[in-house]
Design a protein around this ligand. Structure first.
Ligand code: BGC
Length: 806
């Protein structure tokens, strides 16, 4: 070890102790290993179903009896999940690719080569780094002609694994070994492709990486699969795909561009202070399909199968508040498989400048045998035809409007290969819903807009619509009334649940000490009130609260399993799950996890991660689903329904615009109100309306100058007043201290509570060493100061979630 490595190692150990992060990719932590019934099968199915086959020149599936030569050390040192809170699960086991091949009775492993790798690995062990210093890849074993030639003598099929990771607090690098291939990997591919005729490349990644090398190698590489990070069953799932036990059916949830700089956000991503979301609503395929089709290598929704499907539209009709579709999917090939059908909408470009395509529906078939077929139905709500007018271009500022013109629906296998199946004509521009301006930018910057001339789309810019209202007045006009404090009347929380008392009557009993405590957690991660290794507790954190029947609620991370100091299942990452396009499967898997939560002592799973893949380098993309808000919303709903199916709680996060890990607690996402609503808030909107999570977590970053955990407009005006959210709003772990912009005498806890962020998690201990920080009631009774009613209001939402968590 060099001096620097030694120092890093030392720092790592200290940081690890401090953060209680026990990330251990090999699952070697000493706990009793338990396996949750039914989970291995579903996790394996999901891991295989979310893999995306990008290229296949008749190499796959491999013939029965094929001996496989595995190259690339990550086939063994596999990245089963990304780093940080989202992946830190002590799992019962990990199946790597070698084990997967060994478990598969149709394939053999080239042991001579495998042994060479095993020997080299012993001398070159991997390190998982430490918090925010996770590895992005591992050093590769250098190959020689001799090694590769002798491997070729034993087998004609090479499977090369390229491994990448990233994680919380660490973005990927726009560099070799992260976004680009590393020189060591290029050397490996050069050598392997010069000896082997059949080469399959597996991408064991959490993020999209540069794919220009596929063209460079041409027919020297026979097949390429994004196998992502598939959790504990990764290797079995990969073997299932290679041998054809499972026919690939995953689809890309992000566009793969030719060049990193083709992604519209690339100009701003990585800025430390502010990120202007100049591209506006033109995130991912919304940009590429409207303006730059030629910049795409693999379009959104793309993914191959070992068989072929025909999609026929049987019915497309307008109904009362939307549209109904019926399709027949027929397997026209030789192997059984599943197909995903994607429905896109081309709204009129109009004055608001809509993109050319938006995903408005999708459905997945069951396994269809050759010549077999299945009917699928989809519905589109009229609301999905609307666009948000944030600047008054249609003379309807702050409204969702259905613009006049032609609405064309396209159906197909991906955003590119989709046929027009229906057209609806809207006679006049109509207001769907008049809302209030919220969280708009405060400074000038240009954003993109689309203009259409004779069917062609042109990119132009406009000045972003700025904030025009007084937030202080809005807040003061909406202050809740105080509930007269009565002292203890003997009402227990169960009485409220049983309908014998009202929540107001219960809350009236709480004194200010109790009110302060209920609006924060038990200070520490790993609270003694719950299972070892938890993320924190809230609710009954004082004896007096427990005496009133308020139980402590135990939170744990998510999303890829339960992060505790005991053994829990490790699930595939969010991106992979979304690539299945199979909401039923995802819900089922999280339903089984709900049982595991009960068993292990988790009341709230801090999941799903629902931020948008704005840029391929974001370190937490692996936890999130897609560049598309509709798909993200639907996947989030599936997770929430599963997690809450046995009475526990989900906690979708991070609300909102946490699209970069660098400087994540201070970065300011400057975004138009339209993009905020249509792209970044939309997944949460869909999930909240459909699945009713009992908790939601704000993000660390600012949105248009206001920290998300002090953001009245996102947390009250939109979340509660527009969407009807009735759960609890919690911060991400700790929060940035700040005085209120509108009421400068007020700060921190008072500012947060006034902003409708009910609960500080895990509590304010970092600064106050186990005592309240004194900021909540500091302005009580003073002009514009915090009111008892506001704190009671927060307490009500928190207690409601406590009551509803079973
Ligand atoms: C992460 C959250 C996580 C929380 C608790 C934060 O650093 O951003 O996603 O749930 O820690 O571990």
């Amino acid at each position: 070890m060099t001096f620097k490595e030694k120092l890093n190692d030392k720092i790592g150990k200290i940081v690890t102790k401090f953060t209680s992060v026990s990330q251990d990719e090999n699952g070697n932590v000493e706990v009793e290993k338990t396996i949750t019934k039914g989970m291995p099968e579903l996790a394996r199915q999901a891991a295989a179903e979310g893999a995306v086959l990008l290229k296949n020149d008749n190499v796959l599936p491999l013939k029965k009896g094929t001996t496989v030569s595995l190259f690339g050390r990550t086939y063994k040192d596999y990245f089963f999940v990304g780093y940080g809170s989202g992946g830190d699960v002590i799992r019962p086991y990990n199946i790597d690719i070698a084990q997967g091949i060994e478990n598969c009775d149709k394939l053999n492993l080239n042991y001579t080569l495998h042994n060479i790798y095993m020997e080299w690995r012993e001398k070159h062990p991997v390190s998982h780094g430490y918090w925010a210093h996770w590895p992005l890849r591992y050093e590769e074993m250098p190959l020689t002609d001799e090694i590769v030639a002798s491997a070729r003598a034993e087998s004609d099929t090479a499977v090369v694994t390229i491994g990448r990771s990233s994680g919380e607090d660490r973005d990927c690098d726009l560099a070799n070994g992260s976004y680009f291939l590393h020189d060591e990997e290029i050397e490996m591919l050069d050598l392997v492709t010069s000896y082997f005729e059949k080469v399959v490349v597996l991408l064991n990644v959490g993020n999209i990486i540069d794919m220009s090398w596929v063209k460079h190698y041409g027919d020297k590489i026979g097949a390429v699969i994004y196998v992502w990070q598939g959790g504990m069953e990764s290797g079995n799932a990969v073997a299932d795909l290679l041998c054809g036990n499972v026919n690939p059916s995953g689809r890309l949830t992000d566009t793969i561009a030719r060049n990193y700089y083709d992604y519209p956000s690339s100009a701003q991503f990585g800025n430390k202070k502010t990120n202007e979301y100049t591209e506006d609503i033109f995130v991912g395929y919304r940009y590429f399909e409207s303006f730059a089709k030629e910049k795409v290598l693999y379009p959104f929704g793309f993914g191959l199968s070992y068989t072929d499907f025909d999609i026929k539209c049987d019915k497309a009709e307008a109904i009362d508040n939307g549209f109904d579709f019926e399709f027949t999917v027929t397997n026209t090939g030789d192997l059984a498989g599943k197909e995903t059908v994607e429905l896109y909408l081309n709204k009129p470009c109009g004055k608001l400048g809509n993109p050319k395509r938006e995903l408005v529906g999708f459905a997945k078939t069951e396994l269809i045998e050759p010549n077999g077929s299945q009917k699928l139905t989809m519905s589109v709500d009229m609301y999905q035809l609307t666009s948000y007018d944030d600047c008054g271009s249609t003379n309807n500022a702050s409204s969702y409007v259905t613009q006049k013109g032609e609405y064309d629906f396209y159906v197909g296998k991906n955003v590119r290969e989709a046929e027009k199946v229906f057209t609806y004509y809207q006679e006049n521009t109509e207001v769907w819903e008049q809302l209030k301006q919220v969280c708009a930018p405060k400074s000038d910057f240009l954003v993109w807009r689309a203009e259409e001339k004779h069917g062609n789309y042109f990119l132009s810019t406009k000045m972003v619509a700025k904030e025009k209202y007084d937030l202080a007045t809005r807040i003061l006009n909406n202050l809740p009334a105080d509930i007269e404090q009565t002292g203890d009347k003997g009402i227990k929380l169960q009485d409220v649940k049983d309908g014998k008392a009202t929540l107001e009557e219960f809350v009236a009993q709480l004194d200010n000490v109790e009110l302060e405590a209920i609006t924060r957690g038990d200070y520490k991660m790993d609270s003694p009130l719950g299972a070892k290794g938890n993320a924190g507790a809230y609710g009954g954190i004082l004896e007096s609260l427990r005496n009133k029947g308020v139980k402590p609620i135990i939170t744990t991370d998510g999303p890829s399993g339960i992060r505790l100091a005991s053994c829990c299942s490790l699930l595939p990452i969010g991106t992979l799950l979304a690539c299945t396009f199979n909401t039923e499967l995802v819900e089922k898997m999280y339903t089984i996890l709900a049982g595991e939560m009960k068993e292990k002592g988790s009341d709230v799973l801090l999941a799903p991660g629902m931020n948008i893949h704005r840029n391929p380098l974001c370190g937490r993309n692996f936890e999130y689903f897609s560049e598309d808000p509709y798909l993200s919303g639907k996947m989030g709903s599936a997770c929430v329904k599963g997690i809450q199916s046995l009475g526990g709680s989900a906690c979708p996060k991070h609300f909102a615009c946490n699209n970069q890990e660098l400087a994540r607690t201070t970065n300011d996402s400057q975004v138009s109100e339209r993009a905020l609503r249509e792209i970044y808030l939309k997944p949460f909107e869909i999930c909240i309306k459909e699945a009713r999570p009992k908790n939601i977590m704000t993000s660390y970053n600012k949105i248009n100058g206001v920290w998300s955990h002090y953001n009245y407009d996102t947390c009250v005006t939109v979340l509660r007043n527009e969407w009807g959210y009735e759960g609890n709003v919690m911060t991400d772990w700790w929060m940035h201290p700040s005085k209120s912009i509108e009421f400068p005498k007020m700060r921190d806890q008072a500012y947060r509570v006034r902003s409708g962020v009910n609960l500080l998690m895990p509590g304010g201990d970092r600064v106050t060493n186990g005592k309240p920080d004194g900021t909540l009631f500091a302005t009580l009774g003073k002009p514009f100061g915090i009111t008892i009613g506001e704190v009671q209001q927060s307490a009500k939402w928190i207690l409601k979630s406590v009551m509803e968590i079973e």
